[in-house]
Structures are given as C-alpha cells and as structure tokens.
Design a protein around this ligand. Sequence first.
Ligand SMILES: NC(=O)c1ccc[n+]([C@@H]2O[C@H](COP(=O)([O-])OP(=O)(O)OC[C@H]3O[C@@H](n4cnc5c(N)ncnc54)[C@H](O)[C@@H]3O)[C@@H](O)[C@H]2O)c1
Length: 249
Amino acid sequence: MRLAGKKAIVTGAGGALGATIARTLAREGCDVAGLDIAPDGLAATADAVRALGREALEVKADITGFDATQTAVGEVIAAWGGVDILVNNAGGGMVRWFHEMSAEDWRRMTDVNLTSVFNVTRAVVPSMLERGGGRIVNISSIAAVRGGRLVRGATAYAAAKAGVIGLTKALAIELAEKGITVNCIAPGAQHTPGRDRDTPEQRERLLAQIPTRTLGRPEDLAESIVFFCLPSADYLTGVILPQDGGHSI
Ligand SMILES: NC(=O)c1ccc[n+]([C@@H]2O[C@H](COP(=O)([O-])OP(=O)(O)OC[C@H]3O[C@@H](n4cnc5c(N)ncnc54)[C@H](O)[C@@H]3O)[C@@H](O)[C@H]2O)c1
C-alpha cells in the first residue's frame, strides 16, 4: 500500500476509467470520494472501494456548476478535514461536424471537459494549501494532442481537452512552491466496455493508427496516476503523459 491513509477525490468515479482509478487508489490504501452526476455507477464504485477495506464517499453532483461543486467538495472536506489527491477524470465526448454545431453543443463540451476541472480544482486547492501539499492529476485526451484523427467531429472536445493541458501547466507553475504537483495524462483509446461495441472494421481502422496495435488498459492508466501521487514524484509537475501506444508520436 503505497498511498496508505491518503484521501482522494475522483471525479466521474462511476464511469469506466473512474471506477478503475478509484479501485486502484483504494488498493494502494486511499480512502476515495467519488463525485459523479450519475448515482448508479457511483454506488458500484463505492461498494468496490469498501470491499477493499477503505472508506468511500458517494457525492452526486453536476460538476459543471460552480456552486454545486463547492457544496459537493465541501461535503468531502467536512467529512475528512481535507484532501490529498484529486483526479479530474470526469468528461465525455460528442461527435458533431463543426459546421453543424450549436452554441449549446460548444458550451456543453467545454463545461463538461474543462470548466468542470476548474470548478473542482478551485474547490479543492484552498484545502491543499492549508495542508501544505497535494497531488492533482488531470485526464485530457489524445484528441487534444492529435486533433480529430481518432474521431472526426470532435472539435469542441479536442479544444476543451487542450484547455486541460494549458490549465495543468499554468497551475503547476502557480502551485510549485506550495508542495502541490499538477500533472496530466492524455490517454489514447482505452479498452473500456464502450469499445466492445466497435464493429470489427472500426476496431481494425482504429488499431491501424496506433503503433502498438493495441488499446490501452485502464488498469495501466490508473497505475500512472498512482505514480504521480508517490513521494518519488515530488519533482514531477506540469508533465503531460501521453498514454497512447505511441499514437501521438
Ligand atoms: N475511454 C477512453 O478511451 C478515453 C480516451 C481519452 C480520454 N478519455 C477521458 O477519460 C475520462 C473518463 O472516460 P471514460 O471512458 O471513463 O468515460 P465514461 O463516460 O465511462 O465516464 C465519465 C464519467 O463522468 C461522469 N460525468 C459526466 N459529466 C459529469 C458532470 N457534469 N458532473 C459529474 N460527473 C459527470 C459520467 O456520469 C461518467 O460516470 C474522460 O474525461 C474522457 O474524456 C477517455
């Protein structure tokens, strides 16, 4: 247990990657507070964390709202007295041709993928400053690095995820002297359950673009998050890790 006793918030904890991240942190000794808009997956993740002998908090919240997020994070801080680790994982894509996109489509993608990261991080950082340290890991996407090569029609998603990279770097500098590191993973295509709906032709087309010819394993991505949270990663901040089988090269 390399992170024994640490308190972690994972956003989107009910989703495919979020559930794996929460379980992996729990296995390393963290208590985990999941924040998610959808209660079912959140409850399943909390059960999994408790089954590993750790404490779990289930906080249902729409993190696109500033005030709602302050309240949600406030519940966690009230229960635990503070937070050591924040994983900004919640997000989601939308496939829409740019010339057909509405202002609402744009707002939705930037709210879910970028403003949510601001909202949660803004709510958590004061408590990390009080504690004198912390770890923040943001989940961006290969879409930010490679544009829409993986999925056409992803302009708003790619722009928002690129914003996450900019925010990571600027905040890393701002917090560097405060003992808080801010890093980011830009995942390529992960082997989540949704991928199993790909047709064989879609899968072949996808793998043809990836140098390793494989999908990413969510467990491996979660291990990278653990790595960023270890004491040995004290000197790593502002790093953008493309975990993508070489796709971004
Ligand atoms: N799966 C992949 O291949 C892949 C690749 C690159 C990047 N990513 C990124 O990784 C993250 C997780 O992806 P995933 O595949 O697990 O997706 P997912 O859809 O399975 O999970 C996303 C979770 O975020 C939650 N969420 C969405 N909007 C929310 C809101 N407003 N408030 C609170 N919670 C909200 C959802 O309810 C869901 O549980 C996302 O940011 C995604 O963009 C995924």
